[in-house]
Write a protein that binds this ligand. Structure first.
Ligand code: UDP
Length: 463
């Protein structure tokens, strides 16, 4: 509080996140970067998230970021616990969120520190209307890759017709794609109608946004970024990874700072410290993916069969699917935890590969830390990320599912040995290190993302 009063800020941004881990992380990290550059940030999340989140790190930037809450209509108990449908939740979020966001803007406009810009998560397009009503410019923040954004935008414009009929899909700025490389909401059209509407709805008013911020970096998605920049004021500002792992310009910044799950970091670090370089496979499917019972069993047995050691994150809600006695039978070989500090784990020298669902944050984190990946995409944008991981950036492989869509134990074992041992693994690691270097350059002073953030702030101040 004291620090806030002493500082003179260039502008004040209200940063509004969609309430899930994979969305809070990049927007919170972006907030820290704005704060470092002299912009006051007020981060907005839902009352329920605020009540239930765990605060991490002692990062000094977090001390100066104010936190405010709005309602999604489920302040006391989370919508997931209550078994509310996705559509009903999104409707409620829009209704209660619009009202309480307007009240918050009103409150701040009378506070002596009015808001100069609303940065809002693209998953919710409606905050832009509210910002415009208050005469405030809006910056939409895309948390997924530009490749994925480009695909959804083509669907929104009716340029990519659904259900898919062609065996090869050609889109500007992108390599030829097979239907299975597309996000699951398109390749498995009708599978999640509410989420389909959500991801396509991101583009309904993007033309009216004053800035289009993307959590990627120019060098990673050059062609598709150039294509999107023909229509929108696109600014790549990522990867939004805690500073310690990239440019080290923010003091003590070693984690995002907000966890929706309780982490057991010390146990992980202690365990990893006992293992030699590149000897451990790290496995995590992020904060939301739910594996089927059979897939979980096959994965577990594949890990057990593999030669190396493993560190496996199984969220509490998934734990019942782990085969009976698996943990007891593998104590010599592996550690199973319910959540960890993923960045700290990926940065540990013992970790030799990341078996992942290919969530966008996990992809960027692994790439930024030079860790090769084994992709086992589950749904949403993950198949497209897996395609780029394997064929475009060449930093990993993709596990092959059988005709039932299950990655069997032998395939799990095969993928681990391919990436941890031998020539292929070495090549992938070398490529991953090359991307790590480029990611670092992008966020370093004068790098493409750093310059874009400066330009964003400059244009904001001039308004
Ligand atoms: N994460 C973490 N600990 C874990 C697993 C995941 O801190 O044990 C973080 C991870 O670093 C990433 C986020 O959770 O920032 C997951 O985002 P991602 O986009 O990869 O997947 P999602 O959860 O959105 O499916």
């Amino acid at each position: 509080m004291e620090k806030q009063q002493q500082r003179v800020y260039k502008a004040h941004c209200l940063v509004f996140t969609y309430p899930s881990q994979g969305h809070i992380n990049p927007l919170l990290q972006f907030s820290k970067l704005l704060d470092r550059k002299g912009v006051k940030v007020t981060l907005v999340t839902t009352r329920y998230i605020y009540k239930t989140m765990y605060r991490g790190s002692s990062c000094t930037a977090l001390d100066t970021i104010s936190l405010e809450t709005i309602s999604d209509g489920y302040d006391e108990e989370g919508w997931k616990t209550l078994g509310i449908s996705v559509q009903a939740y999104l409707d409620s979020f829009r209704k209660a969120g619009s009202q309480t966001l307007a009240e918050l803007l009103q409150k701040l406009s009378c506070s002596g520190c009015p808001v100069d810009c609303l940065v809002y998560d693209a998953f919710m397009p409606w905050p832009l209307d509210i910002a415009k009503k208050f005469g405030i410019p809006g910056a939409v923040f895309f948390t997924q890759s530009c490749a994925v954004d480009n695909i959804y935008n083509h669907v929104n414009k009716g340029l990519l017709k659904l259900p898919l009929t062609d065996s090869e899909i050609s889109l500007p700025g992108m390599p030829p794609l097979e239907p299975s490389d597309l996000p699951s909401f398109l390749s498995d059209y009708g599978s999640y109608p509410a989420f389909f509407e959500l991801v396509i709805g991101q583009f309904c008013n993007v033309d009216k946004a004053d800035w289009v911020l993307c959590n990627t970096f120019y060098e990673l998605e050059e062609q598709v970024v150039d294509w999107m920049a023909k229509f929108w004021p696109v600014k790549t500002i990522g990867p939004t990874i805690p500073s310690k792992y990239l440019d080290n310009r923010l003091e003590d910044d070693k984690d995002y700072g907000v966890n929706l799950f309780k982490s057991d970091s010390d146990a992980c670090m202690k365990w990893l410290n006992q293992h030699p370089k590149n000897s451990v496979a790290y496995i995590s499917f992020g904060s939301a993916a739910r594996l089927g019972q059979e897939q979980m069993e096959e994965l577990a047995l594949g890990l057990k069969m593999s030669k190396g050691k493993f560190l496996w994150v199984v969220r509490e809600s998934e734990a019942a699917k782990v085969p009976e006695n698996f943990i007891e039978e593998t104590t010599e070989k592996g550690l199973v935890v319910s959540w960890c500090s993923q960045l700290e784990v990926l940065a540990h020298e013992a970790v030799g590969c990341f078996i992942t669902h290919c969530g966008w944050n996990s992809t960027l984190e692994s790439l930024s830390l030079g860790v090769p990946l084994v992709g086992i995409p589950q749904w949403t944008d993950q198949s497209t990320n897996a395609k780029y991981i394997r064929d475009v950036w060449k930093i990993g492989i993709k596990a092959q599912p059988d005709e039932e869509g299950i990655v069997r134990r032998a395939e799990v074992e095969h993928c681990i040995s391919e990436i941890m041992e031998g020539h292929r693994g070495k090549e992938l690691r070398k490529n991953a290190m090359k991307w790590k270097d480029l990611a670092q350059k992008a966020v370093d002073e004068g790098g493409s993302s750093d310059k874009n953030i400066d330009e964003f702030i400059e244009t904001l101040i001039k308004r």
